[in-house]
Design a binder for this molecule. Structure first.
Ligand SMILES: Nc1ncnc2c1ncn2[C@@H]1O[C@H](COP(=O)(O)OP(=O)(O)OP(=O)(O)O)[C@@H](O)[C@H]1O
Length: 359
């Protein structure tokens, strides 16, 4: 199902939580709403489901108006599946009967066959006769997904489905859930505040913050082509480094003159900022530019080094972990990127290390 959210404004009691959000999720795609707590992700998801009203805008499913312009289709007429954080399985029913529960209008043999089919999709057909409480948290969440998929919804809505699970398990489960949805050919819209989950699961991610949908794009584009400073800081790590505009296409930086990703409006000589991700900075013994290690964070496969350049600015570099250098040591670095992302407004003196607030 193609989902179109067009200038949706949502809120409570006249107070706007999220204004003018627009996005399109193509048939079979998995979308994710990512953002800090209280940003309005759940409210928007509930508006798609039909549990909240819109203050403005429209939501369409395959061109059909679900809500907006005086229309408000009740949730049960939208043919959407829901999976919640507390999967709410019925404890006295077997896994199979939990999945079959929503199919009470189907003829019994057909309902049984469908329940088995979706349990197969989520890899739990062998657990069909067990009670839900005898399954792990991750398995229970997969049963909840199977239950949502059983009535063949047009789209599945998932609200923080993995948040009660261990971080390790979450990412694995996100991948499994993605595979099950793709195998079923059913698209989904997921709410999470974890970018790890969003990256593992989604074809498209919408980052919500400061009352707006800040960007709707692939995980790759959010990371490498963030639309603004908010996204640059919320998604991934890196630094914002001061730079000076040379001409409409170039900036001067500590790494020399670099090509900007877009034509610059700021006049020659203006101070701007450029985004450097840790994987843009390569450790190279032969590089003429040297930087001093001021912090090191061992992560197993690699080190995240914080490095100070000659002029005092800080950058971060992701370096394979067999390059084990001590704090205070100087190492050669160069950049591996074609264009730099430039934000054209007054920079912080000395640059800024982005916290990577989306965990
Ligand atoms: N039923 C309600 N009545 C009034 N205000 C509400 C209601 N539900 C949520 N809010 C407020 O709306 C804002 C957005 O809440 P929402 O749950 O959509 O955020 P979220 O991005 O999903 O956050 P979280 O990740 O913490 O779930 C918050 O300020 C919240 O306090």
């Amino acid at each position: 199902m193609r989902l179109e959210i067009d200038n949706a404004t949502v809120g409570y009691g006249g107070r706007v939580v999220l204004a003018d959000a627009s996005l399109t999720l193509e048939d079979g795609e998995i979308g994710c709403l990512l953002g800090p707590s209280g940003a309005g992700k759940t409210t928007l998801l509930r508006a798609v489901a039909g549990f909240e009203r819109l203050m403005g805008g429209r939501i369409r499913a395959d061109g059909e108006l679900l809500v907006g312009d005086g229309v408000h289709l009740p949730p049960e007429q939208r043919r959407l599946g829901m999976v919640f954080q507390d999967h709410a399985l019925l404890p006295h029913l077997s896994v199979l009967d939990n999945v079959r529960f929503g199919l009470f209008r189907w003829p019994r043999p057909k309902a049984l066959a469908r329940a088995r089919e979706v349990l197969e999709l989520v890899g739990l057909v062998d657990a069909a006769d067990r009670q839900p409480h005898r399954l792990s948290g991750g398995q229970q969440q997969r049963v909840a997904l199977a239950r949502a998929l059983a009535p063949q919804p047009r789209l599945v809505l998932l609200d923080e489905p993995f948040s009660s699970l261990d971080p390790d398990l979450r990412e694995r489960l996100a991948v499994q859930v993605r595979e099950a949805l793709k195998a079923a050919g059913i698209g989904a819209l997921l709410v999470t505040h974890s970018q790890v989950e969003a990256f593992a699961m989604a074809d498209r991610i919408g980052v919500i913050g400061d009352g707006r949908l800040q960007q709707w794009a692939s995980g790759y584009d959010l990371y490498h082509r963030p639309a603004n400073r908010f996204i640059a800081g919320f998604v991934g790590e890196g630094v914002l480094l001061p730079a000076t505009v040379v001409d409409a296409d170039h900036v001067h930086t500590a790494f020399g003159v670099l090509a900007a990703d877009h034509r610059l409006g700021a006049p020659t000589g203006s101070r701007v900022e450029m985004l450097l991700r840790p994987d843009d900075v390569i450790h190279d013994d032969d590089a003429p530019l040297q930087a001093r290690i001021v912090r090191r964070h061992f992560r197993g496969a690699d080190f995240l080094y914080t490095l100070q350049l000659e002029g005092g600015d800080l950058v971060e570099a992701l370096v394979p972990s067999h390059h084990d250098h001590a704090i205070g040591q100087r190492i050669g670095i160069r950049l591996d990127l074609e264009h730099v992302i430039v934000f054209e407004h007054p920079p912080q003196p000395g640059g800024e290390v982005l916290a990577g607030t989306g965990d």
